[in-house]
Design a protein around this ligand. Structure first.
Ligand code: ZN
Length: 247
């Protein structure tokens, strides 16, 4: 067979063309759409989730699949597969199994965040961006008058999207902190505190935040997914690196 005449050369040419469909004029036959039955698609995918490891280092697909098959148990998960590099589709055996995995976020594998999102049947794989982390946050140094559900939710909203609060807040057994479940934006540095004003003219005071199951974090820029040694924004001179997020 001569060079350039392999059976795959023509389809590959088409694929390149189809990546720029705005330049093509489709024939009447090509324009005839095959419609996805919405109800069928939803029924087939109702127990699916998608996930991605948030890291700058290459991801070993087999390793991730092995770890989560073991952690989540075969009885809960019917399949985990990598659809494209670092994009995993997770099929659960039931709605309960799917909800359990969503409820116990964040999932951390070897110190890296495995970001998990609900599956959207209308989206393609490249429409997921995995820019958030759902995590319980402890808010410390709170005055007693601020330790109630309404105040906790307000504090959670100031950090991200507040999803829930500890059920025992109103029931006593409180320390000097409370917990709030928040969906935080991981494209920004992690928040270290919320400022709390007393409404009496005094300057607001910082209430430190502690994250449960915090994955790998850069102590210089405060972003999840890499550490100081691979930070692209740190100054070259070590003496100029003021570590604001840990040491
Ligand atoms: Zn960094």
């Amino acid at each position: 067979m001569q060079a350039g005449t392999s059976p795959w050369s023509l389809p590959l040419c088409y694929l390149k063309l189809l990546n720029a469909t705005e330049n093509l004029q489709f024939t009447e036959e090509e324009s005839s759409a095959v419609v996805i039955e919405a109800a069928t698609a939803e029924e087939n995918s109702k127990n699916w989730l998608v996930g991605s490891v948030i890291t700058v280092t290459p991801v070993d697909e087999d390793f991730v699949v092995r770890i989560f098959r073991s952690v989540w148990k075969v009885k809960n998960v019917s399949a985990i597969s990598e659809l494209r590099p670092n994009f995993f589709l997770i099929k659960h055996v039931s709605a309960e199994a799917k909800d359990m995995i969503l409820k116990r976020r964040p999932w951390v594998v070897h110190n890296e965040l495995f970001s998990i999102e609900p599956f959207n049947p209308a989206w393609r794989a490249n429409e997921y961006f995995f820019t958030t982390m759902v995590v319980w946050i402890w808010v410390h140094k709170l005055p007693l008058q601020a330790m109630n559900s309404e105040m906790v939710l307000r504090l959670g909203v100031s950090v991200g999207k507040a999803l829930g609060v500890d059920h025992w807040i109103e029931g006593g057994n409180m320390g000097d902190f409370l917990r709030v479940l928040v969906q935080v934006d991981i494209t920004k540095p992690l928040r270290r505190c919320v400022m709390l004003g007393n409404g009496q003219g005094k300057p607001p005071s910082p209430c430190p935040l502690r994250f449960e199951k915090l994955p790998r974090l850069c102590f210089f820029c405060g972003l999840v997914g890499h550490e100081l040694s691979s930070c692209v924004t740190k100054p070259a001179d070590p003496d100029e690196r003021k570590l604001q997020y840990g040491s």
